[in-house]
Design a protein. Structure first.
Length: 332
């Protein structure tokens, strides 16, 4: 088998492995993942309203994460909303519910500190990752619409239009974790973008993005495999070879080596050439812990700068075919 075919096969195998083990998309799958990750005794702990608060959080978490699939419609960019945000939100809900309920079995919805929870969710826990004003407005609206006293009413709407028939989705009526899990399992496997507050044609954006990403990756694979033969062969770094190439006027280097040479040249322009000055130590300032801290940092910085400059210069020589011997494993 040709080496380029081996490269393509290896890349496709890795890609398929990642695809096979990727998480299932959709609000239903997201809700089930969230609820299955939280212990039953934590959700069902008194007061009884705690379970519904966890459901509201799970719904909010699903909306926030699933809208990432529709970037730049869902959010303007790919934010890293993840399980650490969910865990922090769970701890926040527990703290405020426990402090307010004070051991009681029930907590009236109007007594829940909604303002505090909304502020923490929108400004710190989830909103802390947002750096776009429009995205922040969206986050504020989602938080206010989901975390409010009316969510404890049986006719509270989660989705105004579930399908083309105009069916609506109301919040489940339950007090236990098992009640919400049964409701989640009955949800349809496929949900339209309208569940996320997006137009139904937003699915086209995903398909276009996936197609564009696929083409870009395919072009990258093609560029790599074209040069892969040269990459796996020993390159002649002798002075005679370099002299002949300069006379002929051609550049026989593979494309990756040309690109690397340009990148290294840019970095060499940015990285300072002069070493960092060593701090002068005296009998007095050595007693200052702040001075000792800066002295250690400067020493580390000098060593790191020297290593970076040495490696960059070596790589530049190799890419320009001026290194007399074949590059070491470290340089490779």
């Amino acid at each position: 088998m040709h080496i380029s075919q081996i490269g393509i096969t290896r890349k496709m195998r890795v890609h398929n492995y990642k695809t096979f083990f990727s998480l299932t998309d959709g609000i239903k799958a997201n809700l089930l993942r969230t609820f299955n990750s939280i212990p039953s005794n934590r959700v069902n702990k008194a007061p009884n309203e705690r379970a519904r608060m966890y459901f509201l959080l799970a719904w909010f978490h699903a909306i926030v994460q699933e809208r990432l699939r529709y970037t730049p419609l869902g959010w303007s960019k790919k934010y890293e909303f993840n399980e650490s945000d969910l865990k922090c939100a769970c701890d926040t809900i527990d703290r405020w519910i426990d402090d307010t309920a004070k051991g009681r079995e029930n907590l009236p919805p109007n007594k829940i500190p909604w303002d505090a929870l909304c502020t923490l969710m929108s400004q710190s826990i989830y909103g802390g990752r947002i750096d776009n004003n429009f995205d922040q407005l969206l986050m504020n609206d989602f938080v206010k619409n989901i975390f409010q006293p009316s969510t404890f009413e049986s006719d509270f709407l989660l989705v105004e239009k579930v399908d083309d028939q105009g069916n609506k989705l109301t919040i489940p009526d339950g007090l236990r974790r098992e009640d919400f899990l049964r409701w989640m399992e009955k949800l349809p496997d496929d949900q339209s973008p309208s569940w996320l507050g997006l137009p139904n044609n937003a699915e086209t954006v995903i398909l276009q993005t996936k197609a564009k990403t696929f083409i870009q990756k395919l072009l990258k694979m093609q560029a790599v495999t074209e040069d892969e033969d040269l990459a796996y062969q020993d390159v002649d770094f002798s002075e005679e070879t370099s002299r002949r190439r300069s006379v002929i006027g051609g550049d026989a280097r593979p494309q990756w080596m040309k690109s690397l040479s340009q990148s290294v040249a840019k970095w060499l322009e940015i990285v300072p050439k002069k070493p960092l000055e060593q701090l002068k130590r005296t009998v007095e300032n050595i007693k200052d812990p702040l001075y000792r801290f800066f002295e250690r940092e400067c020493t580390i910085g000098r060593k790191l700068l020297k290593t970076v400059l040495t490696d960059l210069n070596d790589v530049a020589l190799v890419c320009d075919l001026k290194k007399k011997k074949v590059p070491t494993a470290t340089l490779r």
